[in-house]
Design a protein around this ligand. Structure first.
Ligand SMILES: [Zn+2]
Ligand SMILES: [Zn+2]
Length: 953
């Protein structure tokens, strides 16, 4: 025996003595000395004073009266052990234990041994408790209860239940104190069967009506999720004056979200006249789970204030948490500020509240205040602050708190790890996110979802896909959210095969929530597979607004504006109402079709539905009118919009530019500056474009300087291209080329393209060749660029080179866009290709066109300029080709189908050729019609034989 517990002789030297117990100075224990009269006094000392003082008087007792102690060992040691237990002073407890063994006299005392078990159990040293328990030759039910209680309170419910079986095997009779321990153990492991068995034993022994047993039974059933069983017992209780029974029932209800029942019981407890305690109040406050309980919660709050004594730190914390759930941060803060005693739970409730209500900056400030108090932020606080840093995109704060988490070992927690990964992703810092993810010792399903979403959202598509494969290999579960992220990545890669694969996967796995289905529609749309997209759309059973909108915007995105309009009209027939996103999409469709009539119709719809006050809508409306050729209406929208944002100003500058009103654009820019708005890259792009289309050379050069010097905006290639275009149009080709050569960044295809376009107009072969060669050297993926190059060769009759470019284009899989024009007549958009014979009124149109051409030749001196025909053909055929360009067919149809005097609006997908431009000028004069032609780069307003572009486009 002595060897087995020899460690007790030198506890101070033992290195594995747990630091979780309080440290006290070691004892100096002398030899025994008995003293009868001192003993009652000593017991009193132990009960009332500190451990240090009790030990001092114990030492005195031993020094002076050692012999007298011999018969009263129990009375001396027991109070000391109890004191050690309440103070959780394991070290001192062990010393007493050693002393008892050394004395040899008291070793067989059942009473003292039970006290030792109790002391060890309370001090959290379950192993030592069990050792003492096992060595006992004789035990009472009290000893068993103490041991079982140690197991339960030290989180070892299964051991307690093991002991229960042993007791039954040995036939140890239970008393009423055994049952609460056993029932608590059953509740903790949610073992309803065992609980019911013990309930049976309690009934058999007549213990079930004893109040503390009955309370434990209610709590056990509640914890085992048998609420009705608990409630039945509770209702059958004869004596319901004990608040503990009520508390068990109320917290059971509020714990599983049956808030109404919890609050109902609270009403009853008040009626029954039983005094609620702070446990009751906390449980009831927890039951007020959302805003719908606001009134009730405030009533309870008032009752607490009235009682005057219920407001302790637990109740106050519950109150703060309740107001936070209601989203009432001001009320929460009032309680918080009034609290004298705040613990970390209080601070965390407030922190969580700020986060849940989107007050991230406030959360950060609050966290710094918390650090000033000297309280130590815990895991919950850290998580809140990581979330706040992520939402604000404050990488520095995020990293700071990450360092704090590492220092305190919180980063091992999976929840903290997940939040950190998410924070780095939200700060667009995927390298750190990846590192934080890799360092997580335990990852769960959410970790993978978070990092995959982060990669997908930060355009790291490949990484997202790789991780997704890993997750699949590990056999982890995949949910709709992760699939959504993966579809985003596939869309980013424009990889149709992957989208199809993922789509198939979702079908196999039965993952078909509406959000995911809409995402798949969008993904097919982004990949340009219209047939898959519409089939997916048709298969959605309950189409919501998002389904319709993603269908419409996908059509718009793929240049199928007519189809987008059709979908919009079917959408309007459903019971659903479009939102501003749908309307912005459809306005963009209308704008690209230039169907002013439809645009006005939708404008009316927008007014009726009250969307006019939305910024995105007024921007889109203005842009629509401008692109439909109605600059007046665009101006009206601009003037009527209150609180104009930068987007609207920029769009208006752009509109003026498109319509060749360069001076107006410049004037608007100056007005915008007066309004203290800061222009951005896009504003300058619109401005330079406007200058370029109106030949404002000096202004253009000045603005690019202003952009660099006054606004510290480094020009994009697009800005340079605009300037080159501007110089080139004005036939300053040498200066333009010089400028390209002096550019600080490598010229992009756009820049060469602008130069080449200008060279073509001004027939400058020398610089044109250089630009064409540069353009061919760069990997170009725009069919328009190939067309420009081959046009250059065609203009000088180099048909072999033209053929070479055509071959190269064919190899790269690009197709030249056929020229196409359209016009809105009646309620329909009519589309014409060159030499088109598909229109039902084809014969009439060609007849009309011949009449027009004849009149132009006769009265306007029109002569076809065949240099604009870029094919190796005879002169006769070239003239014929020019005659049948698509815009001329559209004009002929316009003259046939619209009333005299009304303007004719035509849209063309490519630039208008020089010969057609002359044609339009003459038509506007000889037929007395305004012609508004939108081509790929701008608007031409033809009136009385002149064009707004000044023959300069
Ligand atoms: Zn033409
Ligand atoms: Zn023009």
């Amino acid at each position: 025996m002595a060897t087995s517990i020899s460690q007790f002789y030198c506890p101070l030297l033992s290195p594995d003595t747990k630091p979780r117990v309080k440290q006290y100075p070691p004892l100096n224990i002398p030899k025994f000395s008995p003293c009868r009269t001192k003993i009652p006094f000593f017991k009193e000392t132990c009960r009332q004073s500190t451990l240090k003082y009790a030990f001092r008087s114990f030492t005195d007792l031993l020094t002076e009266h050692v012999n007298l102690l011999l018969g009263n060992l129990d009375h001396v040691y027991a109070p000391l052990l109890e004191l050690c237990a309440t103070e959780k002073a394991l070290l001192q407890g062990q010393q007493i234990h050693a002393h008892i063994i050394k004395s040899n006299l008291a070793w067989n005392s059942m009473f003292l041994n039970t006290k030792l078990v109790f002391m060890y159990g309370k001090c959290g040293s379950i192993l030592n408790a069990k050792r003492v328990f096992d060595k006992m030759c004789e035990r009472t039910i009290f000893t068993w209860n103490v041991m079982m209680g140690s197991y339960v309170s030290n989180g070892e419910p299964l051991q307690a239940l093991e002991m229960y079986r042993e007791m039954r095997f040995l036939g140890v009779p239970f008393d009423s104190y055994t049952f609460p321990y056993l029932l608590k153990a059953c509740g903790t492991v949610e073992d309803l069967r065992c609980g019911a068995e013990i309930h049976g034993l309690a009934i058999k022994g007549g213990n079930d009506s004893i109040i503390h047993v009955a309370n434990s039974l209610v709590a056990m059933y509640a914890k085992c999720n048998d609420l009705s069983g608990a409630r039945k017992l509770f209702d059958r209780m004869n004596d319901r004056s004990d608040v503990v029974s009520w508390n068990s029932m109320i917290s059971a209800y509020s714990g599983i979200g049956r808030c109404i029942d919890a609050l109902g019981l609270f009403r009853e407890i008040q009626k029954a006249g039983v005094a609620a305690n702070s446990y009751t109040i906390v449980a009831v406050l927890q039951a007020c789970e959302d805003y719908s309980f606001m009134k009730l919660g405030m009533e309870i709050h008032a009752a607490i204030l009235k009682s005057g004594e219920l407001l302790d730190v637990y109740v106050a914390n519950a109150l703060v948490a309740m107001y936070v759930r209601f989203g009432k941060m001001t009320e929460a803060a009032v309680i918080f500020n009034k609290m004298d005693e705040k613990d970390i739970v209080t601070w965390n409730s407030m922190l969580t509240g700020f986060i849940q209500n989107g007050l991230y900056s406030e959360a950060l400030q609050f966290f710094y205040d918390l650090q000033d108090t000297g309280l130590k932020p815990d895991q919950v606080s850290v998580i809140s602050i990581v979330v706040a840093s992520g939402r604000l995109g404050y990488l520095l704060n995020g990293r700071e708190i990450h360092a704090y988490a590492i220092k305190n070992g919180f980063d091992y927690n999976v929840l903290v790890g997940n939040t950190l990964v998410d924070m780095y992703a939200k700060c667009c810092c995927m390298i750190y996110a990846g590192r934080a993810f890799d360092k997580m010792p335990n990852k769960d399903f959410i970790s993978s979802t978070t990092i995959v979403a982060g990669y997908a959202q930060n355009n790291c598509h490949i990484e997202a896909l790789e991780l997704f494969r890993e997750v699949q290999m590990e056999g982890m579960d995949v949910d709709a959210m992760m699939i959504g992220s993966i579809l985003l990545a596939c869309t980013g890669l424009k990889c149709l095969i992957l989208v199809k694969e993922i789509h198939g996967y979702t079908i196999r796995r039965g993952l078909s929530d509406p959000v995911l289905q809409n995402t798949i529609v969008g993904a097919y749309g982004e990949c340009g597979t219209i047939d898959y997209m519409s089939r997916m759309f048709e298969s959605i059973e309950c189409k919501d607004i998002v389904s319709w909108t993603s269908m419409i915007s996908s059509y718009v995105h793929n240049g199928l504006a007519n189809e987008a309009l059709e979908v919009f009209y079917s959408f309007k027939e459903t019971t659903l109402e479009p939102d501003s996103i749908t309307l912005v999409s459809i306005l963009s469709a209308v704008a690209s079709l230039s169907t002013l009539k439809k645009g006005k119709e939708i404008h009316g719809f927008i007014i009726r539905k009250g969307f006019m006050s939305e910024k995105s809508i007024s921007n889109a409306l203005m842009d629509m009118y401008a692109r439909c050729g109605s600059l007046d209406n665009a101006c009206k929208i601009f003037i009527c919009t209150r609180n104009k944002g930068l987007v609207l100003w920029t769009a208006m500058i752009n509109a003026y530019g498109m319509h060749g009103r360069g001076e107006a654009a410049v004037e608007l820019f100056l007005r915008m500056k007066d309004e203290k708005l800061i222009p951005d890259h896009i504003t300058f792009l619109a401005l330079l474009y406007a200058c370029s289309h109106s030949g404002l050379i000096d202004e253009g050069k000045r603005f690019i300087e202003i952009m660099k010097n006054d606004y510290q905006l480094e020009p994009w290639p697009e800005h340079y291209a605009c300037l080159v275009d501007l110089l080139g149009r004005a036939n300053h080709l040498k200066e333009a080329y010089q400028f390209v050569k002096s550019m600080q960044i490598e010229p992009t295809p756009e820049v060469w393209c602008a130069l080449l376009g200008a060279c073509r107009v001004h027939s400058n072969k020398e610089i044109g060749e250089i630009a064409a060669q540069k353009l061919l050297d760069l990997d170009i993926d725009n069919p328009g660029n190939y067309a420009l190059v081959s046009n250059l060769f065609a203009a000088s009759g180099r048909w072999e080179d033209v053929e070479g470019v055509r071959m190269k284009m064919k190899e790269s899989g690009l197709k030249k866009n056929p020229g196409c024009s359209w016009i809105e007549v009646g309620n329909k958009v009519h589309t014409f290709l060159a030499r088109d014979k598909s229109h039902p009124e084809c014969d009439k149109i060609y007849q009309k066109l011949a009449q027009i051409t004849e009149k132009l030749v006769r009265e306007g001196g029109y002569v076809a300029q065949t240099k604009f025909v870029l094919h190796n053909l005879g002169e006769e055929e070239k003239v014929q080709m020019l005659y049948e360009h698509s815009e001329r067919l559209a004009i002929a149809y316009g003259l046939l189908g619209t009333a005299k005097g009304t303007p004719i609006r035509i849209t063309k997908n490519l630039r208008v050729c020089g010969d057609c431009h002359t044609f339009c000028r003459l038509v506007s004069k000889l037929f007395e019609r305004k012609l508004i032609v939108r081509d790929a780069s701008r608007f031409h307003h033809f009136e009385d034989g002149a064009c707004s572009c000044g023959d300069f486009w």
